[in-house]
Design a protein around this ligand. Structure first.
Ligand code: HPA
Ligand code: ZN
Length: 337
């Protein structure tokens, strides 16, 4: 099939998704199903009522409801069902590779064992590779509103599963929790051969992006929108080809940008930043990866060439081997031709 317009090209082009919280893919219908299965009461009466509650003032008001939703995840099978649903949905968008965050502390703090969390996700990942031909990696994300000792204990708990984990990340409430707070645990993770990424510059200032680069020595910045307030920082990010994993619909829903027509992504791409498009928490923000591409592209703000570049960036910025990256980039060029 020959792609027609830009939406068709967006769908047809192979993509990697690099900024996706598995807990953020919990659709209200599954939330109800798991609540029922686990005999837990929700304060909402219907999926429609849940969706109505998804009007966020900013990051914290989203996180409050995100952790509340995650509390229906209890058994290994729940984590399996959650991740399996994401893989199926992402494959429909032609996501061929995903690097997925999970927030173990959101579960271990409720008494759910780490092994239950990662066991369910890992089983879905293996199945998705076999049935959908889609590859994935897992990134253990520390909750930055908790202290570094809690993150260090979580890393200890993860050690028996070291081979299932590709990297560590840093998420949750950004303001007041600079990257430097996690310098030691990131150094330990790096010594274990884990790749390092961190959310920075979503709500936090450019100094937090500098902190992620210098104190945590990250290989990608998650979000990073606020780099634009610091010209020297932009120069550094461009010079180092530091990937930024942008999440346009998330930015709109969390009021990081006032409206999509003002989203800085097209300008960042033109400036030479290695930007990628991702869905962050698609069940909460109203769209999976292709919807994010289409939202930015509306009003002819992205050309087909831009979409091709963004798809290539997603593989270049991934933790796939150089050979695998090159294969996907060649596949993108074939679809584009
Ligand atoms: N930012 C910070 N923490 C998060 C997010 C986000 O967008 N999604 C889930 N945890
Ligand atoms: Zn995120």
């Amino acid at each position: 099939m020959r792609p027609q317009g830009l939406p068709d090209f967006i769908r047809a082009v192979p993509k990697a998704e690099l900024h996706l919280h598995i807990e953020g893919t919990l659709e209200p219908e599954l939330m109800f199903r798991l609540a029922k299965r686990n005999k837990r009461k929700l304060r909402f009466k219907s999926a429609a009522e849940v969706r109505k509650a998804y009007a966020f003032a900013g990051l914290q008001s989203f996180l409050d409801i995100y952790y509340e939703g995650a509390a229906v995840l209890i058994e290994e099978e729940d984590f399996y069902d959650l991740a399996a649903a994401y893989f199926k949905r992402a494959a429909a968008d032609n996501v061929r590779h995903a690097e997925i965050f999970f927030d173990p502390q959101a579960h271990t703090s409720r008494g759910v064992p780490f092994a239950t969390v990662i066991g369910g996700i890992r089983r879905a990942l293996v199945d998705a590779e076999a049935t959908l031909g889609m590859t994935s990696r897992l990134i253990l994300s520390f909750l930055r509103h908790l202290d570094e000792a809690d993150a260090a204990a979580t890393l200890d708990t993860a050690l028996p599963f070291r081979d299932w984990i590709t990297g560590v990340g840093l998420d949750s409430s950004e303001l007041g929790h600079p990257p430097e707070k996690f310098r030691t645990v990131f150094a330990r993770a790096r010594a274990l051969g884990l790749r390092c990424v961190a959310h920075a510059g979503e709500e936090g200032p450019p100094a937090y992006i500098w902190g992620a680069l210098d104190a945590l020595r990250v290989e990608r910045i998650d979000h990073g929108n606020r780099c634009l307030e610091d010209a020297a920082l932009v120069d550094r990010l461009v010079a180092r080809r530091m990937p930024l994993t942008l999440c346009p619909l998330s930015n709109l829903k969390l009021k990081v940008v006032p409206d999509m027509a003002a989203h800085p992504l097209p300008g960042m791409l033109a400036r030479g930043l290695l930007v990628t498009i991702n869905s962050d928490d698609p069940a909460y923000f109203g769209g999976y990866i292709n919807e994010n591409f289409k939202a930015v592209a509306a009003g002819e703000r992205l050309s087909a060439n831009d979409v091709r570049q963004l798809a290539k960036n997603s593989f270049t910025a991934s933790f796939l081997s150089a050979a695998d990256q090159a294969r996907w980039i060649a596949a993108i060029d074939r679809v584009a031709a």
